[in-house]
Design a protein around this ligand. Structure first.
Ligand SMILES: NC(=O)C1=CN([C@@H]2O[C@H](COP(=O)(O)OP(=O)(O)OC[C@H]3O[C@@H](n4cnc5c(N)ncnc54)[C@H](O)[C@@H]3O)[C@@H](O)[C@H]2O)C=CC1
Ligand SMILES: O=C(O)CCC(=O)C(=O)O
Length: 451
């Protein structure tokens, strides 16, 4: 048994109740052996045993009062996973499905993603089982304030810098920032994804979707190709999906379909990102609880709405597929349909949307598979740029931020590609991303002693 295999077995034995964490750890550790063979000193220093354990996990009670005066209690978490290369950095997820295991999977991925950005950010993730759906603005505010009443003592601009994820957008970040400032009596860049009037960065909203498309485009370019004339399908219609749709069409591709939890929409004229933005804002306003993506067809009469499982998008013939919803939403059957219908590239906009068997099938059947920890790193990358702007007390223009995002995402593709080649697995972008991210963190950990 190799060193990596031994640690995977330990992870399975110690975390049996955390399937998403086991999945993420298996995917990452399962590709590291070539790097571990080249660096026997890592095993002597028990590097994998250390990197797999979060430096700290904070779990806390979040009591709040709903609009009817009833006391509600949720569970809050922050997983401070690894600070070898910078302050813990990663989003907060507010969703009823949130568990510690889910946040450990997201936090573990975040360590390597953040290392790939080239910016000095460690890895972390947090959130709550609070469900923002159907809550009033005041309820959201009271919840966010209570969440920060505990979390404020653990975070700070040089310690741990949270941001948004599912269920946490500009509104929630604003409420949490306000409460942090009130408790600490200081204005600092403690959260990213802030409003533009109080230290937020231009292009953060667009960053993950744009970054995904820049990354995939760089792959196409390095193969003498481009998005021009390509048919693309997108799963999801949230923040990441919307701006991926916009950038694909700016680069000459056509997005045929996208989805939400109620179904999927097909538009023969190409999905219009502005209509998606409109539906998204309506959903988040919370006024009309019945809003779904079905509303898209009201503004685009040539489009068709298919009620049911949004995974219907994977059945369409396409050149490029972009899963941008959430984990484990592209299964083996979906991968088989994509391959049978001629799909050549899958770029993960979400975190771990592709199951392990589906990933393997795509890779074995000639699909260029771009893992989320590289392909969706544009969001945290611009969060890193937001931290730099806050530290300098400056605001860069949209073009400056977008320009840096594009340059770093295109550079990241080459780092991932070159690493896969160097370790003898050309075209295996999962291995390239994992090894490149791991080696940066490993170097820092080895230099800092046994901590
Ligand atoms: N927003 C960001 O900057 C970043 C987000 N991500 C990841 O991208 C993914 C999407 O995030 P956002 O777009 O920000 O979230 P969002 O909340 O704006 O959108 C999520 C989308 O996924 C769909 N969805 C939710 N649950 C689903 C399910 N069980 N099955 C099918 N579809 C479902 C929703 O209908 C919505 O269209 C998540 O995995 C997130 O962790 C990764 C990097 C950065
Ligand atoms: O911008 C951030 O720090 C959050 C990014 C994030 O949570 C992610 O990359 O999944």
């Amino acid at each position: 048994m190799t060193y990596a295999e031994r640690i995977i077995e330990q992870v399975k034995a110690k975390n049996a109740e955390q399937p998403e964490f086991i999945q993420a750890a298996t995917e990452i550790l399962g590709t590291l052996q070539p790097a571990l063979d080249a660096h026997p000193e890592f095993e002597e220093a028990a590097l994998l045993e250390r990197i797999i354990e979060p430096e700290r996990i904070i779990q806390f009670r979040v009591p709040w009062v709903d609009d009817s005066g009833k006391v509600q209690v949720n569970r809050g978490f922050r997983v401070e996973y690894n600070s070898a290369i910078g302050p813990y950095k990663g989003g907060l997820r507010f969703n009823p499905t949130v568990t510690l295991g889910m946040l450990k999977f997201l936090g573990f991925e975040q360590i390597f993603k953040n290392a790939l950005t080239t910016l000095p950010m460690g890895g972390g993730k947090g959130g709550s089982d609070f469900d923002p759906k159907g809550k009033s603005n005041n309820e959201i505010m009271r919840f966010c304030q209570s969440f920060i009443d505990e979390l404020y003592r653990h975070i700070g601009p040089n310690t741990d810098v949270p941001a948004g994820d599912l269920g946490v957008g500009g509104r929630e970040v604003g409420y949490m920032f306000g409460q942090y400032k009130r408790l600490r009596n200081e204005w600092t860049g403690v959260l990213t994804g802030k409003g533009l009037s109080f230290g937020g960065s231009l292009a953060r909203t667009e960053a993950t979707g744009y970054g995904l498309v820049y990354f995939v485009d760089e792959y196409l370019k390095s193969n003498g190709d481009s998005f021009e004339g390509k048919n693309v399908v997108v799963h999801g219609s949230g923040n990441v999906a919307i701006y991926a749709v916009q950038k694909v069409s700016q680069l000459g591709g056509k997005v045929l379909a996208c989805s939400d939890t109620k179904g999927w929409v097909e538009d023969p004229d190409g999905i219009d990102y502005q209509v998606l933005e409109h539906v998204y804002n309506k959903k988040r306003s919370g006024h009309d609880k019945g809003v779904s993506l079905a509303m898209y067809v009201d503004e685009r009469p040539n489009a068709t709405w298919h009620e049911g499982d949004g995974r219907g998008v994977w059945q369409l013939p396409c050149d490029i597929a972009l899963p941008c919803a959430r984990e484990n939403t592209l299964h083996l059957d979906d991968a088989k349909a994509l391959v049978a219908n001629g799909c050549k590239v899958v770029g993960e906009g979400a975190n771990m949307p592709t199951t392990l068997d589906a990933t393997e099938y795509l890779q074995e059947n000639g699909v260029a598979f771009m893992p989320g920890k590289a392909a969706n790193a544009g969001g945290v990358l611009v969060s890193g740029l937001e931290m730099s702007q806050n530290a300098e007390h400056l605001s860069w223009t949209f073009e400056e931020v977008d320009g840096k995002l594009e340059q770093l995402m295109r550079g990241m593709f080459h780092n991932v590609d070159d690493t896969a080649k160097k370790y003898g697995h050309e075209g295996n972008f999962v291995m390239g991303a994992n090894i490149a991210g791991f080696l940066k963190v490993a170097d820092a950990m080895m230099t800092q002693g046994i901590v």
